[in-house]
Design a protein around this ligand. Structure first.
Ligand code: MLT
Ligand code: MN
Ligand code: ZN
Length: 303
């Protein structure tokens, strides 16, 4: 199985178009300490031929252009794409807007929880995904489905929140199971497996039990500290308010994973405000000391 990080950043990317924070300013200048990053998505393949996207970011067009494995193959005829499935983990803009790039008559399976599919159906712009080509299927929580590319995917609810733009709609009151999910992806023929959880508000007992001893987890790395966007004057919101647990602190992901014995831990969905993005920073050193890696666009993992 091959995993390719298409976009390692949270919503907004790095640099974010309107942001003057230190990270964004340095990334815009091309500083060697901070690579630019596109928004949150992975591509996974069992055989290198047939690819499944995990989330479809607003930067998908650029991500495909940068990833030769996702280009149409010469033998595909006049038109064709190696992308045969897309799996969504939330209805957040950074995870669904890229679907609009997949409207060119491409045939693929679109998998998401019932509540995320309902959010797509409630928004008529997603009618550009012609049902003659794009088959939508509900991801059953807790059971395993097989993608066209031969991967198995198990979806499970994780603590999180409904997408920001749905917060004030009457039908979105409270959290429904499935608004934010994690995925276990595995190759049934080799047993290779990993978890992908780009948004998560807490590691509760269920999630801890699921992740214990896992070979690889790609996990929500939005913020380093819960209040960093407030402290940097960027936003009035904490990470908790946005449905994301921070890396640091007693409630943070680094602490939560300490006793889980996950072999390889990689942060994804990293917000541009996060000081751990900066090579050479004290926060990056702390993350690495705790045995975590910081994903980057184009990172490949062979399992
Ligand atoms: C999130 O991860 O909290 C959302 O993507 C924020 C957003 O709407 O950009
Ligand atoms: Mn996001
Ligand atoms: Zn910024």
């Amino acid at each position: 199985m091959l995993i390719k990080v298409l976009g390692s950043s949270a919503g907004g990317g790095l640099p974010q178009i309107n942001c003057n924070c230190r990270n964004c300013a340095d990334a815009r200048r091309g500083s060697p300490a901070l690579r630019a990053r596109t928004q949150s998505s992975l591509a996974v393949s069992r055989d290198g031929q047939d690819w499944t996207l995990l989330n479809a970011s607003p930067d998908l067009r650029q991500q495909i252009a940068a990833t030769s494995q996702l280009w149409p193959r010469p033998q595909a005829g006049a038109r064709g794409s190696p992308i045969t499935a897309v799996v969504l983990t939330s209805a957040d803009v950074d995870h669904i807007a890229g679907l609009l790039n997949l409207r060119e008559g491409m045939a693929f399976m679109l998998y998401a929880s019932a509540s995320v599919l309902a959010a797509l159906r409630a928004n008529p712009i997603y009618n550009v995904l012609d049902p003659g080509h794009v088959v939508q299927a509900t991801l059953p929580l807790g059971s395993v489905l097989a993608t066209p590319g031969g991967l198995s995917v198990e979806a499970f609810p994780v603590p999180g929140k409904v997408a920001l733009y749905l917060e004030n709609l009457p039908e979105a009151v409270g959290l429904r199971a499935g608004d934010t999910i994690g995925l276990k992806v595995f190759d049934p023929s080799t047993g290779a497996a990993f978890f992908y959880i780009p948004g998560c508000a807490a590691v509760d007992a269920d999630l801890a039990a699921r992740l214990r001893g896992a070979p690889l987890v790609l996990f929500d790395g939005t913020l380093y500290t819960d209040d960093e966007m407030i402290v940097q004057g960027l936003s009035p919101k904490t990470g908790q308010r946005m449905g994301h647990m921070a890396m640091a602190g007693p409630q943070g992901s680094i602490a939560a994973f300490k006793a889980l014995h996950v072999e390889r831990r990689i942060f994804v969905h990293i917000n541009n405000s996060n000081p751990a993005l900066r090579e050479g920073s004290a926060e990056r050193a702390e993350v690495e000391r705790a045995g975590w890696e910081i994903a980057w666009d184009g990172m490949e993992i062979q399992l």
